[in-house]
Every structure is written in structure tokens, then in C-alpha cells.
Design a protein around this ligand. Structure first.
Ligand code: FES
Length: 172
């Protein structure tokens, strides 16, 4: 189940940084092949970390795939991201067990501390905040994950402290 919000508005961050030349080998590999849309989108995301609008346009021009169909697929599958993500993705669990244990408090505390909403990325690109379904460690509810690390039995204050410590470590 996907519950993280998708911001379908394409980001305008650093559009000049999108180097389309690195897409060429990928496009050549899949050009004219049946069922090439998903591998092209996956490959593009591997290259940029997300799916830049300019990359969509180039793929469409070079392969004939329709832009609207590519957007449709990209917004349907949870694996695809339409906006740049932060270095650290904070996944706050809103599965049933965490919901009952007040996961909302964690999301709200993090939104306030990071000055972003669910699904957004901080300006310094250090953090992306996402609400997700069960992370599989319900006995630790409420839970959040940052990278591969899970943090359980959290309060809003504790989650903010963890994120602040990561920021301090990243800035040193
Ligand atoms: S509901 Fe949150 S870890 Fe299962």
C-alpha cells in the first residue's frame, strides 16, 4: 500500500543541472524495444535520483513514448519520484499499530522542525519526509526509519532530536 503523498508538480530546482547527455546510452539500449517504458524510467531515476521533467521530454522525443503515458506510469508506481529527494529519507510509519501509538505526533513534530510538509524535501536537500505503511516492526510502534536505521517507541521530541543529530553530523 502506498500512502506517501506525491507532489505531481514538477520541481524547478536547478533545472540547469539536468545533464541530458547521460541519458543517451539508456535511450539507445531501450529504443524501439517492446515494454521499454518502465526500464527507461527506472534507469532515468538511477541516473538522477528522481525523474526530471526534461528527461521525460527527451525520452519522449527520442523514443516516441507519450509524455502523458510516462507521467501516468510514474505517478502510479511508488518506486518513482518526480522531485529530487534528500540525502536522508525519513519514513514515518502510519500503519495501524503506529497510528494507534500516535504516529501523527511524529510527523507533525518533524514537519515543524524541518519546515516541510509530508512528501517534501528540505531546501538543503538533507531530508525528505514521507509517510509510509507498516515498516514491519510494529512492536516498536511508533516507528520511523532513516535510511536503513529504524527508530522505535518514539515521541515527537525524540524524533526531532534524532534528525537534528543527523544534521549536525552531516555538517561536520
Ligand atoms: S504499523 Fe508501524 S511498523 Fe507496523
Amino acid at each position: 500500500m502506498r500512502i506517501s503523498r506525491i507532489n505531481t508538480k514538477q520541481s524547478t530546482w536547478n533545472p540547469a543541472e539536468v545533464d541530458l547527455s547521460i541519458l543517451e546510452p539508456l535511450i539507445q539500449k531501450y529504443q524501439g524495444k517492446k515494454g521499454n517504458m518502465i526500464p527507461l524510467l527506472q534507469g532515468t531515476q538511477e541516473l538522477y535520483g528522481y525523474l526530471p521533467r526534461k528527461a521525460f521530454e527527451k525520452i519522449s522525443e527520442d523514443t516516441g513514448l507519450k509524455l502523458s503515458e510516462m507521467f501516468g506510469v510514474a505517478t502510479f508506481y511508488a518506486q518513482f519520484k518526480l522531485n529530487p529527494v534528500g540525502k536522508n529519507i525519513i519514513k514515518v510509519c502510519h500503519g495501524t499499530a503506529c497510528h494507534v501509538q500516535n504516529a501523527k505526533e511524529i510527523s507533525e513534530a518533524l514537519e515543524e522542525a524541518l519546515k516541510i510538509k509530508d512528501g517534501e524535501t528540505t531546501e538543503d536537500r538533507l531530508f525528505t519526509l514521507e509517510s509510509v505503511a507498516c515498516l514491519g516492526c510494529c512492536s516498536l510502534a511508533p516507528v520511523m526509519m532513516i535510511g536503513e536505521q529504524a527508530y522505535g517507541k518514539l515521541t515527537g521530541n525524540e524524533s526531532v532530536k534524532i534528525v537534528k543529530n543527523i544534521r549536525i553530523a552531516e555538517n561536520n
